[in-house]
Write a protein that binds this ligand. Structure first.
Ligand code: ADP
Ligand code: MG
Length: 252
């Protein structure tokens, strides 16, 4: 079964075509890293998956269920709103800039979405939140406010917050790019743990060492298309496309 499938996905902002026909699938438990130059459409692709943006054309499936089918910026299929909400809840997202709620404690940041969106029982939600905080190594920070945490700690709270909705797929958009270098490792190890636990993950990252070690597959995107994909061994150590080679030469 595929957890995520994109078929000929296109996205334009006005006359600017940012995604030019993207096709790919992510299998259950697979860890896929997406690399590529700035402006190539990586964030837009994740945002389309998460419905922060609507696609102009193409099809998106989550767990083989149609979430979206569009052409010329219009829906070709009407999806039942309740089903749509469930499909959206299957996707957890972690952003570059953490995006925690500044006025909420760490614990409330983690429990707010399950309480409001899932209407989950609050004792149960709290118990799960504490387990997740423990998993990311921040059990002692439950009553702190985000401003009192380091960037690495904030990002680990953001990961716990996304996991609190019990997503089936985790999307990460350059989760370590805003961190001081000495804080990158703690976030990457949390992500590695998640991968080891079998989470399906789609990660936009410039951490090539992490991609080499953790990814099952690496996708190189350039100018709105998938230019090359394969195992880390293939794409990172032995890239076939000139554009991939020149990108890697710049960042390695
Ligand atoms: P990447 O994440 O690979 O750096 P993005 O997906 O952020 O690339 O951006 C791809 C292109 O789309 C860029 O040219 C960017 O300026 C443009 N873009 C992204 N979001 C918007 C938007 N909301 N409105 C107009 N243009 C956008
Ligand atoms: Mg981006």
């Amino acid at each position: 079964m595929s957890m995520v499938k994109l078929v000929n996905v296109k996205k334009s902002f006005g006359s600017l075509e940012v995604l030019k026909g993207i096709d790919f699938e992510v299998a259950s438990g697979e860890v896929v890293c997406i690399i590529g130059p700035s402006g190539s459409g990586k964030s837009t692709m994740l945002r389309c998956l998460n419905r922060l943006e609507r696609i102009t054309e193409g099809e998106i499936y989550i767990e083989d269920e149609l979430m979206e089918k569009r052409k010329n910026g219009k829906d070709l299929e009407k999806i039942d709103p309740e089903k749509l909400q469930n499909l959206c809840c299957d996707l957890g997202m972690v952003f570059q800039n953490f995006n925690l709620f500044p006025h909420l404690s760490v614990l409330d940041n983690i429990t707010i979405a399950p309480r409001i969106v899932r209407k989950a029982d609050s004792a149960e939600t709290q118990k799960r939140a504490l387990e997740l905080l423990d998993m990311v190594g921040l059990a002692d920070k439950r009553d702190e406010y985000p401003v009192r945490l380091s960037g690495g700690q904030q990002q680990r709270v953001a990961i716990a917050r996304a996991l609190a909705m019990n997503p089936k797929i985790m999307l990460f958009d350059e989760p370590t790019s805003a961190l001081d270098p000495e804080l990158v490792g703690e976030v990457l190890s949390t992500m590695q743990e998640l991968a080891n636990d079998g989470m399906t993950m789609l990660i936009v990252t410039h951490e090539i060492g992490f991609a080499r070690e953790v990814a099952d597959r690496v996708i190189f995107m350039d100018e709105g298309v998938i230019c090359e994909q394969g195992t880390p061994q293939e794409v990172i150590l032995n890239p076939q496309e000139e554009r991939t080679q020149s990108f890697l030469n710049k960042i390695l």
